[in-house]
Design a protein around this ligand. Structure first.
Ligand code: C5P
Length: 405
């Protein structure tokens, strides 16, 4: 990608075991043509030496607010001004907390406060630390102030436990950064409605019927569309995920609530991407009081929910419609049927029984079918990368159809 050549990236490295991965990240960014200026915190220097980064980046490494840097005049301001992008990878819980509080007690946090460049933060820490509500609150604060928080990976951590909190591989981080520089505001002026996560159909005030959808795919699409400049409304069923930067989030519970929210906006939007796992059935008569466990068997009559996407397809006025099909067999055949029946422009289908694909994973293996019948199959990829592909296809429709985008 041409966009990154000659760009100044300030890479902040904080004191986590994953600091070694920042060396490869530096190398990759440099190979892509960027100038990488590394700032190391005191703790980071315990994991990797300054010399390593200096050799790999070809620039002096800033480690101390009070030392004399050869290349910059007023050190803590110079790097902040020079930066086209500031990336913190790995970002420890301590760094994130300081950044969220606006503390500026070393060169890195001071640079962060002084810069007007976009900021990417890649958290890396033990799962419990990552999931701690304090860390989550701090990350949420950063997001609210426009910081792009890169999603940590899941897997075996250095401390022995397995879970979320790993720094993604340098290639994935580099791709996201390359992508940032390559990205244009190609969806500026467009309004896109995205639905995500599963709906909950009430049984009584306590219980509900739900499904395994986490919302990760839809949230990734919403985030990517916003980064491309679109005005994005994300209508989401219950999900543990936070609203992506620049996205308007409307939370709903049931299919009926989702339907109302979607219909309110349908006229005004250019495209609807329906990634939500909408419950096909609801309880015929949800009880207003908690149902007591008196019977040994309990029959719960269900009635069919309206198919929101089908209804949208019947009342299309130029909107682009993209649907999803989660299948367990005959993926292509079933997905094709849904594309036609629901009058869609694209359907994104996946076999949810495959490893690494489907619900609550960070990855997915999809195929996309266009309304002209073209089938594209993709390998196992991160949902963020797939979001990118889905939006590329949506934009391509602009040229070849009479749709609004
Ligand atoms: O028919 P199926 O449920 O497999 O279709 C999936 C697609 O239809 C998804 O895009 C989903 O969001 C949408 N859908 C809907 N309303 C329903 C059921 C599914 O909009 N009641």
């Amino acid at each position: 990608m041409a966009g990154i050549a000659g760009k100044n990236i300030v890479l902040g490295v904080t004191g986590g075991i994953a600091a070694y991965k920042a060396v490869e990240l530096t190398s990759r960014l440099k190979k892509a043509g960027a100038e990488v200026h590394v700032i190391m915190t005191r703790a980071a220097q315990k994991f990797v030496t300054e010399l390593t980064f200096r050799e790999i980046s070809g620039h002096a490494v800033a480690t101390d607010m009070w030392g004399k840097l050869q290349e910059f005049h007023v050190e803590h301001i110079a790097l902040a001004q020079l930066a086209d992008l500031v990336v913190i990878a790995p970002a420890t819980a301590n760094f994130i907390a300081k950044a969220a509080a606006g503390i500026a007690d070393d060169l890195l946090t001071t640079t962060l406060l002084a810069t007007k460049a976009p900021i990417f933060v890649a958290p890396a820490m033990n799962t419990n630390m990552y999931e701690n509500p304090l860390t989550q609150r701090n990350l949420e604060s950063l997001r609210r102030f426009g910081v792009h928080v890169m999603e940590p990976a899941e897997g075996q951590l250095a401390c022995g436990v397995s879970g979320k909190g790993r720094l993604p591989e340098p290639s994935a981080l580099a791709n996201e950064i390359l992508h940032f520089f390559g990205r244009t505001q190609s969806l500026k002026g467009r309004r896109i409605l995205v639905t995500a996560a599963g709906t909950r159909e009430p049984i009584d005030p306590v219980r509900y019927i739900g499904n395994r959808s986490s919302g990760k795919m839809g949230y990734a699409i919403a985030a990517e569309a916003a980064m491309r400049g679109a005005e994005v409304l994300l209508v989401s069923g219950p999900s543990a995920l936070q609203a992506p930067a620049g996205v308007k989030l409307l939370r709903v519970e049931s299919a009926a609530e989702m339907r109302d929210a979607v219909w309110k906006e349908y006229e005004a939007v250019d495209a609807v991407i329906m990634s939500a796992a909408v419950a096909d059935y609801r309880v015929k008569a949800a009880a207003s009081e908690k149902i007591k466990k008196t019977q040994d068997e309990w029959m719960l009559p269900l009635v069919k929910n309206p198919d929101i996407l089908y209804e949208l397809g019947q009342h299309k006025k130029g909107q682009i419609l993209i649907g999803f099909a989660a299948e367990t067999q005959n993926v292509l055949e079933y997905a094709r049927g849904k594309l036609e029946k629901k009058n869609l422009d694209y359907i994104v289908a996946n076999d949810v029984t495959e490893d690494g694909a489907g619900f609550n994973t960070d990855t997915n293996r999809i195929l996309m079918i266009s309304r002209t019948g073209e089938v594209e199959r993709f390998p196992l990829m991160r949902k963020t990368e797939l979001a990118d592909i889905i939006l590329d296809r949506l934009e391509a429709l602009d040229d070849e159809t009479s749709c609004k985008i």
